[in-house]
Structure formats: structure tokens, C-alpha cells
Design a protein around this ligand. Sequence first.
Ligand code: C5P
Length: 399
Amino acid sequence: MLAGKRILLIIGGGIAAYKSLELIRLYQKAGASVVPVLTRAAEEFVTPLSVGALAGAKVHRDLFDLTAEAEMGHIELSRAADLVVVAPATADLMGKMAAGLANDLASTLLMATDKRVLIAPAMNVRMWEHPATKRNLAQLTQDGALVVGPDEGDMACGEFGFGRMSEPPAIVAATQAALGEGPLAGRHVLVTSGPTHEPIDPVRYIANRSSGAQGAAIGAALAQLGARVSFVTGPASAPPPQGVDVIAVETAAQMLAAVEAAMPADAAVFAAAVADWRVISESRSKVKKAPGAAPPPLELAENPDILARISQMEAGRPGLVVGFAAETDDVIAHATAKRARKGCDWILANDVSPETGIMGGVENAVTLISEKDAETWPRMSKTDVASRLAARIAAALQE
Ligand code: C5P
């Protein structure tokens, strides 16, 4: 998987640093060798002894280390790797990288390297959402850095939201993708996500409660396995993932056009909650309410079924087409019928009754329905559902 690859792993000073120990283990299992670098702050969270023992290598800590410089200068150290991975990438480290500071070993290596850099951000949700972090992230992406995560969930500081460092297996998958080694390298996968907005007039629209969280997680998981992902998204509240080609649309008709324009694809996952109807009588000017007048009638027309259209393509159909079925009762029976009706290969069925908390929540409980069977997965985070689905897609495309 990563046989013979050399990873320069920069461990930043955050509580997520404990996960970097597991990351080192997974890299080694995948055949890579790890050269670890600890920032001063990281040493407060993990010890150089445990990092060095797991990596089976010298731990680099100091810019002005005469012995280390005699063995291998820091410029050489930054270039001997195949990839530089920063995990956890703290707000501070991201700020230094974006500003081009080089005042300790980690930041100097990041400035001196001629290799790609993959960062796994980890910080408190407020820090992640701070305009400064957003600016730094945009700058780093523009500078060519690759980003994995962060995930959403409970945080060590007791708060909840985006900011948890991605789990080590996801960082390994992103590393493989960065090195062109993932099982989906060279594959093109299309993903639809989010709700659609169907305008009534210039200020009003029909919409639904989809957050786009599951679709975004699927886009990220596929990209992490090396796929080129075309991510066609309606106006979602969840941010689109890093590392995908984002095609933003509003209406179902625009979504269909964007999907058709992005074809051909090896696989397609239709996670969008497309509005079933659009308003025929869309008004070009704002509809006014007049005293005593009846509310305006809304005449609706059915939207194109994008999943069914692509599933039933005569020529150029993706090798694997995956749909979703959000149901509130008789989930498996309805979803099984839906799979046959639409003509897709798999349906991921989920129960969206309000008491499940799935719609808009962080967890999902799904059943994967194929032609041959129905496989119920345990309830897990949307990120884990996405990783599992991406792995299944990779396996199916290899068959
Ligand atoms: O028919 P229903 O909306 O329950 O089907 C859900 C599946 O079909 C989802 O995968 C959704 O993305 C897709 N769909 C679509 N275009 C529509 C309606 C649903 O692609 N107009």
C-alpha cells in the first residue's frame, strides 16, 4: 500500500497528538517508514520516547541541534521524504505555514520542503471557525497543501462540532491518495449532495432539511481513496470537502445538467435530497400580498429524477450507480422496490423518522441493498458510513 514510502510526520501540540502514535503504527503496517518531528508544544502531549520507539527512528525536535545537523541537515531532512504530513495541524501551525514563518524546526522544514504537504487539522470548533483559520486554510490550499478532515463530533474540550482530527485510517487513506496510491487512483466518481432550492420568485423558494453532511463525507472518503471526485452540490449547510471538484447548483434541473456535463464516470453516488417538484409559475418579480386577496396558488411540476435517468442510460452509464432512500416506515421493503424501479445497482436505505435524529444529525444507520441482498450496518457516524461505502465502491470497481 505504502511500501517503501518515506513520511516526514510533523506532530503539532494539541490533544489529538495521541492519535499520531496510532498513525505511526498504521503507516508502518502499510509499509511506509516514518521520520517523526515534534514541536515543543507536542512534547507536552506525547513523549519523544514513545514516538521514537514506535517509529523506530530518531525523533527530530530542535532546529539548532548540532548532532542532528551533522547527521542530516534540516534542508535535506525536509526533502528526503516522499510526503510531509502534519498531524495534528494546530491553529498555530496552520497560521505559521500560511504566513511563511520559520522559527522552529517544524515550520522551517515546512518552508524548506520541495514535497507535497498533507495537513490533518485539529482544534477547538471555535478556533476552526475563526476567520483567521479560514483565511489560513484558504491560503494553504492555494499554496498546494492537501487537507484531510477535520471531522465533526464531541471534542476533548467538551464542545461539539468540526475540529476533531480525522481518524488515523482516514489519514493513511489520504496519504495514499496524495501519493497516487489509493485503490481509486485514476477513477472518476460523481457525487450529488445537499438539498435543491426551487424558486417561487426572486426571494422565496421550496427547499428541504438536508444538510449535505452525508454527501460531503462520501465525497471526502472517495477522494481519500484516490478518486477524482466531481461533487455536484445544492445549497448545503455542511461545507464541501477538500480535494474534490465542487460544482455548485441550486435547482434540480441545474443538478441534472451538471451531472450530465461531468460524465463519464466510473461510479456515481446520488446522495442529494432533490426536490420532487418545482414551481411552474416561477415569478420574475417578488409576489406581493394584497390586503384581503387570497394567497397565490403554487402550481407544481415534477422534477427530473436524476438517479433514475443516469441508472437507465443506454450508453455511457457509470459502472456502479448508488442511490439513497430516506424512508420513515417499512424501510427495507420500500428501498428494495425503489432500487428496482430506479434501476440503480445499490441503494443505501435509512430511517429518517424524527426519533432517529438522523436527518441533520452526525450519525446514520443504513442498510445497503443490492440485487442479491440487504446488509444492515450498525449505527455509526456519517464519516464512518462514508468510509465504509467508499471502500465497498473501490472493491466493486476492482472486481
Ligand atoms: O425517490 P426518492 O427521492 O426517494 O429517491 C431518492 C434517491 O433518488 C436519492 O439517491 C436521490 O439523490 C435520488 N433522486 C434524484 N433525483 C430526484 C429525486 C431523487 O437523483 N429528482
